[in-house]
Design a protein around this ligand. Structure first.
Ligand SMILES: Cc1ncc(COP(=O)(O)O)c(C=O)c1O
Length: 401
């Protein structure tokens, strides 16, 4: 068996499904109707943004939603709407997309970068507790990869210290925690419709919340400080134009009808990968510490309380000493391109220079060394093809330098 990187035959030769999936007829019809109406912007009387906001709120189990240009701005607007700003600290996990922290900076507050749970890689309630100071105003659980963060523990922490809770649900459309939808479990929840996400319009975002005053405040931040129903050129608050377009909302609305089916498909593929990984043999000289983990590659477990993982990504943990750049290159040559995932936020000089406070984050640093991601588009493949991932990993680990 020759590694494809050395000229052997790749395990997988057929292309993986692409993302986004092909447009469907309801999307085509809805987008065409908006285009033909001329009501492209959200202030011209069209209804698509309002429908999308209402439907996401309903599905999140809360009364209010606001569409927004992207989730970075959505997190910013949610923080501002909850009164978080200059002088405040916001706790964010170290293993997440950089926007979780830059949104805090945009709001004028200080991101406090805190370690994740070493097993499930979500914000650790214990580490968050240790980072609370008199200036802490909010905590931002991230529903990483589509798995809900352990909200009971984080909401309890927030209640103890009077903190606002902003859920970063950018990757978790449709996921549930103890049978309750994410996004509606804190004070505000934020979804992304950026090109890689489970529902996409190329870009886009949406904030949901349960409190009427928070809704008014978030809406005002996204609408130049206007009051809903107030004077067009009256701007009693401070705000910006952060709006989504009607065209984007029209593309997204029909997606809601197929989201659950797509989540089921990704879960079926993920379950098949998990089964297949049990067949990946240890390389010749497995490390003693790694052996304790049972098998060389495992699926990263979900946090306690996960009832539906939306499987934006499938995270794998490799328990052998390896040079990840070799593994990524060799897997790609085998026709199974994986992703190396996030570097820890605390190591990003730009964040630190901008004032972020960094707590010790050994678990996020370890994740950056030995976690690999299977992308959402691959998870949309036939579960029978999950074997390609295990087969390629077995081949590559057997050759790891
Ligand atoms: C966890 C997380 N938070 C925030 C964002 C920011 O979303 P957007 O690209 O819509 O601004 C993303 C993705 O891009 C994300 O993955």
């Amino acid at each position: 068996m020759t590694l494809a990187i050395h000229g052997g035959t790749p395990v997988r030769t057929a292309p993986w499904p692409s993302w986004p999936p092909p447009l469907d007829d309801p999307q085509r019809e809805r987008v065409t109707a908006v285009l033909e109406s001329g009501l492209w912007g959200a202030t011209q009387g069209g209804t698509a943004c309002a429908e999308l906001a209402a439907e996401f709120a309903r599905r999140s189990g809360v009364p209010y939603g606001v569409t927004v240009g992207n989730a970075t701005l959505g997190l910013f607007a949610a923080l501002r709407g909850l009164g978080v700003g200059r002088g405040d600290e916001v706790i964010v996990p170290a293993y997440t997309f950089v926007a979780s922290a830059t949104a805090v900076l945009l709001a004028g507050a200080t991101p406090v970068i805190v370690d994740v749970d070493p097993a499930d890689l979500h914000l650790s309630a214990e580490a968050a507790q240790a980072a609370v100071t008199g200036r802490t105003a909010a905590v931002m659980p991230v529903h990483l990869a589509g798995s809900p963060a352990d909200m009971d523990a984080l909401n309890a922490l927030a209640a103890r210290h009077g903190l606002a809770v902003v859920e970063d649900a950018a990757q978790a459309h449709g996921a549930t925690y103890r049978d309750r939808p994410v996004g509606g479990l804190g004070d505000a929840g934020v979804y992304s419709f950026q090109a890689s996400k489970a529902m996409t319009a190329g870009e886009g975002g949406l904030v949901v919340c349960r409190d009427e005053d928070v809704h008014e405040a978030v809406w005002s931040v996204c609408n130049l400080g206007r009051r809903r129903g107030g004077e067009w050129y009256g701007h009693p608050g401070l705000g910006w134009n952060l709006r989504l377009t009607e065209i984007q909302a029209a593309l997204l609305l029909p997606w809601l009808d197929r989201l659950d089916k797509e989540i089921d498909r990704r879960n079926a593929f993920s379950a098949a990968v998990e089964r297949e990984l049990a067949t990946v043999p240890w390389p010749d000289a497995p490390p003693a510490a790694g052996r304790a983990a049972g098998q060389p590659v495992r699926v990263v477990p979900q946090p306690a309380g996960t009832t539906l993982d939306s499987r934006h990504l499938l995270m794998l943990r490799v328990h052998v000493p390896f040079d990840r750049s070799f593994v990524l290159a060799a897997m790609a040559a085998e026709g199974v391109p994986l992703d190396g995932g996030y570097p820890p936020l605390g190591g990003m000089a730009a964040l630190v220079e901008a004032g972020a406070r960094v707590e010790p984050c050994p678990a996020a640093e370890a994740a950056a060394r030995d976690v690999l991601w299977v992308r959402q588009s691959m998870l949309m493949d036939d579960p029978a093809n999950a074997a390609h991932i295990a087969e390629a990993l077995a081949k590559v680990l057997a050759h790891a330098p």
